[in-house]
Design a protein around this ligand. Structure first.
Ligand code: BMA
Length: 344
């Protein structure tokens, strides 16, 4: 590949030998791309809510159809998907209808970007919805992964929202990624922001956390990925970072794909998570494995969606690869914190 940015990743990252952990072959309903999942431990199990794009080859449709699927695991490695999708577009429109007072919820065309955070025993699902009036980020809550209550939706354009797993100083916090066009010099220079809320419904007191210019391995957009995990040193969180190279050509099913998505790591202050304590100046992971660089819909895309800190000190990092499959990599917490010390 021609790369104007020559990048290498952290040497200690271990890709799971059984990757991908979930792909279209595992899904008992129509599925083409199974990726960019949210992962959490909930009621004694590992749960994964993944994005499923299907009807990929239907040229009559402007874009693939998308639904959200659920898979469950006892060990975080072997996953059993449900027989049916968890949230179809029709279901999303029903849910969305409760928040549209003067619009037809059928204008929702896509419900995607699932990220999971368990807070006080309840499971929160962050998501994005596409509408002709812009992309909105939302938060829903569920106790059984069947019934969902939508609590809030942003104004456009916003997505990639992730929640912190507990209140901090009396407030809920979320990271998010608005898409500001006006005033940005690059066409897609988008940053990571933070907002807080007393009740999970009303959000504000927003602040910029990490700008593209703070990430030397990105020259385009960055965005939250895996919901933050609490450590003694701070909130540990993985984000996605994009670099662009005009010389990149065909990389997958599309005619051309000039972006690469890598995974970055940062540590936020425990009491004031708008404060970055450390951000690694080099990527934690770059696309390297076969299933990341070839044969996918958009090769050279890694997209982190879940970070689980085990009692043993092992960290499981779940990520979508090539917008096509879901994968797992591991490291120890110690390795990740040392990486931030050395590269931050
Ligand atoms: C972004 C999102 C991600 C996806 C990435 C690369 O805009 O749609 O879900 O992984 O593009 O295609």
């Amino acid at each position: 590949m021609s790369d104007k940015m020559a990048l290498s990743e952290a040497g200690f990252i271990m890709r799971y030998a059984g990757n991908p952990i979930l792909s279209r072959e595992d899904i008992p309903y129509e599925a083409d791309l199974v990726f960019n999942a949210g992962i959490a431990k909930f009621n004694g199990k590992y749960i994964m809510v993944f994005r499923n794009d299907y009807h990929m080859k239907d040229e009559a449709l402007p874009m693939p159809s998308t639904n959200l699927g659920l898979a469950v695991s006892d060990d975080g490695l072997n996953w059993v998907p449900d027989a049916e999708p968890m949230v179809t577009l029709e279901r999303a429109r029903e849910l969305g209808g409760s928040l549209y007072s003067n619009r037809d919820a059928r204008e929702i065309s896509r419900f995607y970007d699932p990220r999971l955070t368990v807070i006080d025993g309840r499971c929160y699902l962050c998501f994005a919805v596409d509408t002709p009036h812009g992309v909105r980020g939302g938060i829903a809550v569920t106790d059984d992964l069947k019934e969902f209550e939508i609590l809030t939706l942003t104004v456009p354009d916003n997505r990639n929202m992730v929640l912190f797993p507990e209140k901090i100083g009396g407030y809920y916090y979320r990271l998010e990624r608005p898409f500001p066009i006006y005033g940005r010099s690059e066409p897609e220079a988008f940053d990571v922001w933070i907002s807080r809320s007393p009740d999970m419904v009303h959000w504000g007191a927003s602040d910029l956390v990490l700008g593209v210019e703070d990430v030397p391995f990105s020259d385009r957009k960055i965005g939250p990925g895996a919901p933050p995990v609490k450590t003694e040193k701070g909130w540990l969180t993985a984000f996605h970072a994009v670099d662009y190279d005009e010389d990149r050509g065909k990389k997958g099913w599309e005619k051309a794909w000039k972006k690469r998505y890598t995974i970055g790591l940062m540590l936020l202050d425990l009491e004031d998570p708008s404060r970055v304590l450390k951000v690694a100046k080099t990527p934690l992971m770059i696309p390297r494995a076969d299933y990341e660089v070839s044969g996918g819909f958009r090769n050279d895309v890694l997209f982190p969606g879940g970070l689980i800190l085990e009692d043993s000190g092992e960290v499981k990092l779940y990520y979508g690869a090539a917008d096509t499959v879901e994968c797992l990599a591991t490291a120890t917490l110690n390795e990740l914190l040392t990486f931030l010390d050395n590269e931050g």
